[in-house]
Design a protein around this ligand. Structure first.
Ligand SMILES: [Zn+2]
Length: 259
């Protein structure tokens, strides 16, 4: 049984998501924003400088750029599209600039080798943070000990977290429900219906199936990574995300009107 109906954590540190694109040598490079979340403090223009790179042992398997703001005296890490703080896996099927990754292309290749490729295997969110739920939905429990994904404990933790994204707590307010529905681009009533199913399920496999079904109802558009980043914030896991709009050259919190 799960215990995801627990009181919400509160993460408040804002973070910044930017596109990472290959430089002339093929190394992924962050698009440096001209403003940080600190700008909202007093609307004094930021003076951003690159502080350096932060190497990580786990995904995304690349150095993340850390920048500082001279005006406001703060530092922040730039995460690529589809990632956020402490996240080893993508949260959505998007690449480092936010474009949808075509899961069907790989699935078609697999289908020749495995004619039994089922709906879960072809799921757009395959290989993302939601792999734990996709696996359990098709009866796959991760090994007890750590492997490429993590242990069975990790699988349960991911499922518990994923459930809280779609049903943050028993105490979710009407306003938050509307915000969630807006993030997901689904009607509020439909969201309420989905949430009620989460509250009625207690077993991991049932929850996994429900998550797979919920994910398959999300519109696969290039803003989906940003929407899920917002869900992590609404569920209390992350502080508020800010997104760098490379074309308009401004930092935004809203979407997809700016994409
Ligand atoms: Zn600043």
């Amino acid at each position: 049984m799960t215990n995801y109906h627990i009181s919400r954590q509160v993460a408040s540190r804002p973070f910044v998501v930017v596109p990472y694109t290959p430089d002339s040598q093929g190394f992924l490079e962050a698009d440096i924003p001209s403003d940080g979340p600190c700008r909202s403090v007093n609307d004094t223009p930021c003076k951003i400088f690159v502080q350096g790179n932060r190497w990580r042992k786990t995904g995304p398997m690349m150095a993340l750029t850390v920048v500082g703001c001279q005006t406001h005296g703060c530092y922040f890490t730039l995460y690529p599209e589809g990632y956020g703080p402490f996240m080893r896996q993508r949260i959505a099927p998007v690449d480092y600039v936010g474009e949808i990754i075509d899961a069907d292309a790989d699935a078609d290749a697999d289908a020749d080798a495995d004619a039994d490729a089922d709906a879960e295997k072809r799921h757009a969110f395959r290989g993302t943070f939601f792999q734990a739920a996709i696996d359990i939905a098709s009866g796959i429990t991760w090994e007890k000990w750590d492997n490429a994904h993590g242990s069975s404990l990790t699988q349960r933790r991911h499922i518990t977290r994923a459930c809280r994204l779609f049903a943050p707590s028993l105490g979710i307010t009407e306003k938050e429900q509307i915000a969630l529905a807006e993030c997901l681009r689904i009607p509020t009533l439909k969201l309420k219906d989905l949430m009620s199913h989460f509250y009625n399920q207690t077993h991991f496999r049932s929850l996994g199936r429900l998550l797979v079904e919920t994910l398959s109802q999300l519109p696969l558009a290039r803003w989906i990574g940003r929407a899920i980043a917002r869900l992590f914030h609404l569920a209390g896991y992350w502080g508020p995300p800010f997104f760098w709009d490379s074309r308009a050259k401004r930092l935004v919190q809203d979407f997809p009107t700016t994409l």
